[in-house]
Design a protein around this ligand. Structure first.
Ligand SMILES: O=C(O)CCC(=O)C(=O)O
Length: 332
């Protein structure tokens, strides 16, 4: 499959160029990939413990760990054959950027919506993405799906699936969707512009994967990528909007607001147990505040994130959105 198997590499390169995606089986031995998956879960449990959160709460709050995380440190060993594969496919040396561990499970069961990767990396061009399965993923296990050939369409602005009114839609294309069941150790190599998504994790089983972007020394985007569209609340401003709205509303309804965000979230939790402004969904809001507090700490200390954006969507629906509406009504 790699350099010593030239003919196979040529077929894979042709498929990648034609479809924008190719699956390469058995890049990492299955047992090794599964061992690394189990070790990743132990690391993730330890990270939860480090910040005094039950594993359950931690996993309901974060579902991706990026470069600076111990969770990613633990998968470097299995990325070596992936680097060899990519360099054989491209015929030149490559280095990885943005390596992350993505975990789907019953705690984060929503599929990743349809998107192209390049618009999220407008200023950091790269050549291909890889996605290494650390678990077997079949029916119900959040398999990846692609629209082959769509990498040749003009790029769209980034899909902001954190916005509250987001609807997951495939792009307008005649391409037929291809779903990839994988075994632990298989790798999907794909073009930065191909449209792809993952299915929901209906089984609730763990599906761990290592996602990485690969660069060559002189790589650049070959087509202009449209700027992101401004939204009231989305992946680029959800953190600051949430903090501003919570602080302003706290001052209005309760009194002086705590300066630190962690204290502000805790103060809102305490307040909601006593009294809630109109429209606020108390139980859901308290849960979202707990998860947001966990996400913030895990982000700073573990380079972790909410791959699905569900923490911010929940806080918007249950608390921030209603508070914003009250403010609009008050000003009218
Ligand atoms: O793992 C997933 O669900 C999505 C992965 C993905 O979209 C990517 O690596 O670009």
């Amino acid at each position: 499959m790699v350099s010593e198997h030239g003919a196979v590499v040529r077929i894979e390169r042709t498929t990648l160029e034609r479809d924008g995606v190719v699956v390469v089986r058995g890049v990492v031995p299955r047992e090794l990939a599964l061992d690394v998956a189990a070790a990743s879960d132990r690391t993730i449990a330890r990270l939860a413990d480090d910040i005094d959160r039950p594993v359950e709460t931690y996993m309901r709050s974060v579902s991706v760990w990026r470069c600076r995380s111990a969770a990613v440190g633990g998968v470097q060993e299995v990325q070596a054959p992936v680097a060899e594969l990519v360099s054989a496919l491209l015929g030149q040396a490559v280095t990885s950027t943005k390596t992350s561990v993505i975990r789907k499970s019953r705690h984060s069961a929503t599929g990743t919506p349809w998107h192209q990767d390049a618009p999220y990396a407008r200023r950091t061009p790269y050549v291909v993405s890889t996605w290494l399965a650390l678990d077997d993923a079949g029916e119900g296990d959040a398999m990846l799906r692609f629209l082959p050939g769509t990498h040749r369409q003009a790029p769209a602005p980034l899909v902001d699936y954190w916005r509250p009114d987001f609807v997951d839609r495939a792009p307008d294309t005649s391409a037929r969707e291809v779903v990839f069941p994988v075994a632990a150790g298989d790798v999907l190599v794909f073009d930065p512009f191909v449209w792809h998504a993952s299915l929901p994790c209906k089984s609730g089983r763990r599906r761990l994967a290592v996602s990485a972007r690969w660069v060559t020394p002189d790589c650049a985007w070959t087509v202009p990528i449209p700027s992101p569209v401004d939204v009231e609340f989305g992946m680029r401003n959800a953190g600051s909007v949430t903090e501003d709205v919570l602080r302003a509303a706290y001052k209005r309804f309760v009194g002086p607001a705590p300066t630190e965000k962690t204290d502000l979230l805790a103060a809102w939790r305490a307040r909601l147990l006593v009294e809630a402004p109109a429209g606020v969904e108390v139980v859901r809001a308290i849960d979202a505040l707990v998860r947001l507090g966990t996400l913030d700490v895990a982000h700073h200390l573990h380079d972790a994130g909410d791959q699905e954006g569900h923490v911010y969507r929940d806080i918007w629906r249950s608390l921030v959105g209603p508070l914003r509406l009250l403010d609009v009504a008050r000003r009218a």
